[in-house]
Design a protein around this ligand. Structure first.
Ligand SMILES: [Zn+2]
Ligand SMILES: [Zn+2]
Length: 359
């Protein structure tokens, strides 16, 4: 019996009968973060970080049975010690450390090392076995400096505003939208958000996060205001009647997938900005190294390529299939009606490398 096993319900600790980010209903679930592919409805009891709690209540169920565990604190279930450590992916996102009789495993959920102004910074955790996502686990994925990306976003917005064109920016409602909010130059013009983003901002404010004041787009929003505005929305609202009254407008998306030009073209977007909530190739390798683990299990993303590369480097690396979706649009509070992200890509993960368009 392994300390953690991959079952048809999720990542399971049989000794404690606890699951990590299970995708089928279970009694006891530890949730790494509130993105919908990791935090699902229907579990009897949830354990998560304090910041994740209001997000789960907003996104899943107001009355769910939820306990919180502060980062670095631990809880012991049938001799197995569980603790949470910041994953740097979105606000509240945690890696789960599991220890039993001296053996330590860490399951990351999603993670990134670039500081983003809203998430607790990634904390490397020593372990024997490291279960990691590898959404962008191909050497072609290397992120530019986020400061440069924000300068590009500001320049695009400033240019549009000077021409009386509304700037509509597609960003995931949880994590990316807030990162954008903190990163752009708020002196350029007013910032408006879609209701899905407003809901997440409200839940994060309940968790104690200080976010800049923004306005929600309503039918009463003056058209004059929109001409200079940056409108942050989930991609699902672009191309719907919701954007019609913002004309004239320019559209853009912030995502790691924007590193591949094909996504932008197929999504009918005017601009694409490369900004991801996930580690790029170099940071994935760094994360692996920092754990000191000899055994690596790659979960979602380019698992085969990533684990093969690690084996060539001397690691005992394998991949496991899960039902995590990689970097895809999040259904937010029932407001989005269709899935749109990464443009042109079917929902459910980045597909195999040979299916991705050439950069
Ligand atoms: Zn995520
Ligand atoms: Zn994930």
């Amino acid at each position: 019996m392994s300390l953690l096993e991959f079952s048809d319900r999720g990542i399971h600790c049989p000794q404690a009968d606890v699951y990590i980010d299970p995708w089928r209903a279970v009694d006891r679930a530890v949730i790494t973060h509130a993105h919908s592919d990791h935090a699902r409805r229907g579990h009897r009891h949830y354990l998560c970080s304090p910041v994740t709690e209001p997000l789960l209540r907003t996104r899943l169920d107001r009355y769910a049975s939820i306990s919180t565990l502060a980062p670095g604190r631990s809880v012991t279930v049938n001799g197995v010690r569980f603790s949470l450590h910041p994953a740097g992916h979105i606000p509240g996102s945690m890696q789960v450390r599991v220890e039993h009789q001296g053996e330590v495993w860490v399951a990351t959920g999603d993670h990134k090392r670039d500081p983003d102004g809203v998430s607790e910074p990634f904390e490397p955790v020593r372990c024997h076995t490291f279960i990691t996502e590898c959404t962008f686990g191909l050497p072609i994925y290397r992120w530019p400096d986020p400061a440069e990306v924000f300068a590009e976003i500001d320049a695009w917005w400033r240019q549009n505003a000077s021409e009386g064109v509304c700037s509509i920016l597609s960003a995931y409602s949880l994590g990316k939208a807030q990162r954008v909010l903190m990163g752009v130059d708020r002196g350029i013009g007013p910032i408006y958000v879609h209701g899905a983003v407003a809901n997440m901002n409200e839940a994060l404010a309940q968790a104690g996060l200080q976010l800049p004041e923004v306005k929600q787009v309503t039918p009463d929003t003056p058209k004059e205001e929109l001409k200079k505005a940056l409108v942050i929305t989930p991609g699902s609202a672009i191309g719907t009647p919701w954007t019609r009254r913002m004309r004239p407008f320019s559209t853009a998306m912030v995502s790691g997938w924007m590193q591949l030009r094909g996504w932008r073209r197929r999504g009918n977007l005017d601009r694409g900005f490369v900004l991801s909530d996930h580690a790029d190739w170099d940071d994935l390798l760094q994360a692996v190294k920092d754990t000191g683990a000899e055994r690596i299990i790659a979960t979602h993303g380019y698992t085969d390529h990533f684990s093969r590369f690690l084996r060539e480097c001397g690691y005992d690396a394998t991949s496991e299939s899960t039902e995590f979706a990689g970097e895809s649009e999040e259904g937010s509070s029932g407001t989005s009606t269709r899935s749109v992200d990464p443009p042109g890509r079917p929902e459910g993960g980045p597909g195999r490398p040979e299916q991705t368009p050439q950069a």
